[in-house]
Design a binder for this molecule. Structure first.
Ligand code: HGY
Ligand code: MN
Ligand code: MN
Length: 412
């Protein structure tokens, strides 16, 4: 078993090459937001890599890139993959590791003439990072998209998903045709960096994921009254910033009273209007992302955020409104896949830890239609969604080898 392994050098070259597409010299990070020219360039590059190997790859109706060893569509596949769209100034490995390890697994199968009873298929799912709500490509694949969702989805700057897809020569409504037949996927395993500090802290090279955190994303508006920063007395203001500041101070209490140690509340983007130094801000628009591995806790977090924001609005003489961009439930992974990956890790002598995922992943949707699991590799200092996201190559090699042997056990 150990004489069959991935070629780390090839995988490394692919990861370094993809990192160049959307690389930003100033931040030293990479930006390939869903359905931007950089994202589309990444897809074209990926399809090129498949073709170089004599494999088949194409973009499906939802914008997912699908790669397999042969052109003919099989009746059933063992799938792997992840995403190649990124956050703003992201790191090298988030998503791309799972996509490129899938390609590398196919190369190893080809050069060792391994015959599989079930073919492999690797995905780069579209728009995983949530520019338009999140995980749009995999939701299309499992048949969870609706016309209403597609036609109303927009990003934080008000850009419509449908306009961006058309700009990428994709007809948004055909995304509804991307759904695969029930039973098409025999199973799915995704390799991904942990994006948290657990494996780095316990010094283990492998994480076997047992559940994936749920995540909701709101755009919140607090609307008060712009006014003169010099003449408006402090007690006569409807200052939107003070409302947000008040809410920020409430977050630790909301989590301690309504959350768990897995709960997360993050304000990631803030827009103060009119944004002039001598004007009391009459409006603030901010994103609020809430997460937990337990569905009930997620709901109580959301309810508490709503109540606290209403009370703060009253106190500061503000109007409060919010739009829920997305709500993804927490998702357990398949027990069969957890034990298969754990046993394979033992057979390879890779120490591992069974653990939850604090980040959301495409696997949490694939798990709704097929036996799904995830393999984590350590993130140094737990950093991700930032240019200093890093994973040691030795751990990447172990994670990709474990993916290889786990997929082979499912596909042989
Ligand atoms: O934000 C997340 O949980 C993932 O990286 N999309
Ligand atoms: Mn990811
Ligand atoms: Mn991410």
């Amino acid at each position: 078993m150990t004489n069959l392994h991935i070629n780390l050098e090839r995988l490394k070259q692919d990861l370094l090459a993809l990192f160049k597409i959307g690389y930003d010299e100033k931040s030293k990070g990479v930006t390939r937001l869903g359905f931007t020219p950089e994202d589309m360039a990444g897809r074209e590059w990926l399809i090129e890599q498949y073709k170089k190997e004599g494999f088949h790859a194409h973009v499906d109706a939802a914008g997912n890139v699908l790669g397999r060893m042969h052109a003919d569509k099989p009746a059933c596949v063992v799938a792997t993959g992840s995403h190649i769209d990124t956050v703003i100034s992201g790191g090298m490995f988030d998503g791309t590791l799972g996509v490129l390890a899938g390609l590398e697994v196919m190369r190893v199968v080809k050069e060792n003439n391994i015959s599989l009873s079930t073919p492999l298929e690797a995905y780069a799912f579209a728009e995983e990072e949530g520019r338009f709500g999140g995980m749009m490509g995999v939701q299309a694949l499992i048949g969870e998209l609706t016309p209403e969702w597609i036609l109303s989805a927009h990003d934080v700057n008000g850009v419509l998903l449908q306009d961006e897809m058309r700009r990428c020569n994709l007809d948004p409504m055909t995304a509804l045709e991307a759904r695969v037949d029930q039973g098409y996927f025999k199973s799915y395993i995704e390799l991904h960096i942990e994006q948290g500090p657990v494996l780095d802290t316990v010094r283990k090279p492998i994480g076997v994921v047992d559940s994936i955190s749920g995540v909701y994303k709101w755009i919140v508006r607090l609307i008060g009254k712009s006014n003169h920063a010099g003449t408006a007395p402090m007690d006569m203001r409807s200052d939107a910033f003070m409302g947000l500041a008040n809410f920020a101070n409430e977050i630790p209490r909301i989590i301690s009273e309504e959350g768990s140690e897995k709960s997360r509340l993050t304000v990631g983007k803030v827009d103060l209007k009119p944004g002039h130094a001598h004007t009391v801000p009459g409006e603030v628009e901010f994103t609020l992302v809430g997460r937990d591995t337990d569905k009930e806790v997620m709901h109580s977090l959301a309810d508490s955020c709503r109540k606290v924001l209403s009370a703060i609005a009253r106190k500061h003489k503000l109007m409060f409104e919010f739009e829920q961009m997305s709500w993804l439930d927490p998702q357990p992974m398949s027990k069969d896949i957890i034990s298969l990956v754990s046993k394979t890790s033992d057979d390879l002598n890779y120490p591992y830890q069974v653990m939850p995922s604090g980040a959301g992943h495409d696997a949490q949707h694939m798990a709704k239609i097929t036996d799904s699991g995830m393999i984590f590799v350590p993130s140094i200092n737990g950093v991700s969604h930032a240019p200093d996201e890093w994973t040691h190559w030795q751990d990447i090699e172990k994670g990709a080898n474990l993916l290889l042997h786990s997929l082979l056990r499912l596909a042989k």
